[in-house]
Design a protein around this ligand. Structure first.
Ligand SMILES: C[S@@+](CC[C@H](N)C(=O)[O-])C[C@H]1O[C@@H](n2cnc3c(N)ncnc32)[C@H](O)[C@@H]1O
Length: 247
């Protein structure tokens, strides 16, 4: 299974319509609402650093972890350009090896946990996250919702035809396993030709109830489930669901 290899080098361009500054504002508004003082953040599945970098610029100490060396290589380039001091670790978060036990916040933005296909592994990760948070520390993450994966992506094909990049994105939703297989074919302009490459991604569709149960099993308290960058409880129709939980 190849994920975020060649794709890493065009990821930022394809995500250029996502406003990561607003996303960072939302994260900070969560800290404010929860009345938690945050300085040290561990960010899981940090990718090319789209949240890591704005958070570091706002004065947080951030450590970023990602399984894709290619995604981290882009993050490193951007961090060096900005002259920032951010530690990046190339790790599979399901085997998280992190021994600092007083983090104020553990963060995972933009559906990193949907890539954990096994709920037992996700629960084990939640237990590890609990152990590295300080008392009252915050766990903040979002997932692509069950509704989005099962109804919107479902068995549908999406595509985009830009000047220098085009892609075809085919989805197959397995209702028994609650897994979506995403077959991605990219076409990237190089000189006057287009190079084609493919990746296959698998994401697990978790219901809000499943995630809340896993959080409770890991001992988290004050669990909140918000819809699409708001502070409204998700009604099952949000596409990006945010979970906030306290140690
Ligand atoms: C949609 S990207 C999000 C990246 C970044 N958080 C952002 O907002 O742009 C998902 C990321 O999850 C990472 N990822 C997937 N499975 C992982 C794992 N088991 N451990 C660590 N990172 C993982 C991928 O490499 C990728 O960078």
């Amino acid at each position: 299974m190849n994920q975020y290899e060649d794709f890493a080098f065009i990821y930022d361009e394809l995500m250029n319509e996502v406003d990561y500054n607003e996303w960072t504002n939302y994260i900070e508004s969560i800290y404010k609402k929860e009345n938690v003082k945050v300085k040290n953040i561990l960010e899981l599945a940090c990718g090319t650093g789209n949240l890591t970098i704005p958070l570091a610029k706002r004065g947080y100490n951030v450590v970023g972890i990602d399984i894709s060396e290619e995604m981290l290589s882009i993050a490193r380039e951007k961090i060096n350009k900005e002259g920032l001091d951010i530690v990046l670790l190339n790790q599979d978060m399901t085997q998280l090896d992190f021994d600092v036990y007083d983090m104020d916040c553990v963060l995972c933005g933009c559906d990193g946990f949907n890539y954990i296909l096994d709920d037992v592994q996700l629960e084990e990760l939640f237990i590890k996250v609990y152990s590295i948070l300080k008392e009252e520390g915050l766990f903040v993450f979002d997932i692509s919702s069950y509704f989005k994966l099962s109804n919107i992506l479902h068995n549908n094909t999406f595509g985009e035809n830009r000047e220098d990049i085009a892609y075809i994105w085919e989805n197959y939703f397995d209702e028994n396993e609650n897994l979506v297989e995403m077959n991605l074919a990219f076409f990237v302009k190089e000189d006057d030709k287009f190079k084609r490459f493919e990746e296959t991604h698998y994401q697990r569709a978790y219901t809000n109830e499943e995630i809340v149960m896993l959080l409770k099993n890991a001992n988290f308290k004050d669990i909140k489930v918000y819809k699409d960058f708001t502070f409204q409880r998700d009604d099952g129709e949000g596409e990006r669901v945010f979970f906030i939980a306290k140690k």
